[in-house]
Write a protein that binds this ligand. Structure first.
Ligand code: ZN
Ligand code: ZN
Length: 288
């Protein structure tokens, strides 16, 4: 029987109310409750280690439990979530965009097999995480997160990426690459995307990567003004990685969008591939 919590997608409750309602713990990304036979799953966008991402409006790729070292499917609630098809436990998803505000997204189900990705752990070291594809079920699937919340999340990610050391930023963009064949190339969500943008900005050092001239003016924070450009557009299957992202002056950016000359693309590819080569977990060299 479905656990009747009375919540609808878009309702926001406090952590205390959530714990009381589901009779679960007040901490943790996944909270099992034996009393309500539910598993509360929290995707907390205000924390920067669990990098969950929405791949469509009702499907999220949720990163499993375990902050350090390789994650395991046998570990605590990773196992509970994996077995939800047969164990009768009902998973419910909440998102946190503002600290302490738990936004209900609905009941979810495992929409496919979990898969592995390489991600940095809390110390920036590469490790394997398990990613669970979770789909919202029922009427709650049509809920759309308000623009205001998404914008504040992007803003927070941007500011967070700005404060990373060069080393940590590099670890993020290098180790956050996708597992080939996982079937979801393309745009990255949230932090990864913010890190790629920040990396491209720092690498350019205030100089346009096409015309090699200094940025024409500074923004209000007195930083050289350059615009980010994807050599192969995201909409055409281009990846949101440092090998596909460059920083251009507004003039050159317009030129790329109006003319997109192959000689310019070649030059940008050369520029973007600097610093892109790195060892992957299985020891091979990859370009990201
Ligand atoms: Zn330029
Ligand atoms: Zn562009």
């Amino acid at each position: 029987m479905t656990f009747q919590n009375g919540l609808k997608a878009g309702n926001t409750i406090t952590n205390t109310a959530l714990a009381r309602m589901f009779k679960c713990a007040t901490q943790g990304g996944m909270r099992r409750s034996h009393r309500t036979n539910s598993l509360v799953i929290v995707s907390d966008h205000t924390k920067h280690i669990h990098q969950d991402r929405w791949v469509s409006s009702d499907l999220i790729h949720y990163t499993g439990m375990g902050l350090k070292g390789d994650q395991s499917l046998d570990y605590r609630q990773n196992k509970t979530l994996l077995e939800t098809r047969t164990n009768g436990v009902e998973p419910y998803l909440f998102e946190v965009y503002d600290p302490g505000q738990y936004l209900f997204r609905g009941r979810v189900k495992l929409a496919g097999s979990p898969f592995k990705e390489c991600r940095p752990d809390v110390d920036g070291k590469p490790r394997t995480v398990w990613v669970f594809p979770l789909q919202v079920v029922g009427a709650d699937a049509s809920f759309v997160v308000p623009e205001k919340l998404l914008a504040s999340k992007q803003d927070r990610n941007r500011r967070w990426a700005r404060h990373l050391s060069d080393q940590d930023l590099f670890a993020m963009v290098v180790h956050a690459n996708r597992t080939p064949g996982a079937g979801h190339a393309g745009s990255l969500d949230g932090e990864n995307s913010a890190c790629v943008a920040e990396f491209a900005r720092r690498r350019s050092n205030g100089v346009c990567q096409l015309c090699d001239r200094t940025a024409p003016f500074c923004n209000k924070m007195n930083e050289p003004y350059l615009e980010l450009h994807h050599i192969r557009a995201l909409g055409q299957g281009g990846a949101d990685t440092i090998a596909n992202t460059v920083a251009l002056c507004p003039n050159c950016h317009k030129k790329m969008h109006v003319l997109n000359l192959s000689e310019d693309r070649k030059k940008l590819k050369r520029e973007a591939h600097k610093n892109c080569c790195q060892l992957t977990i299985d020891g091979g060299i990859t370009y990201i």
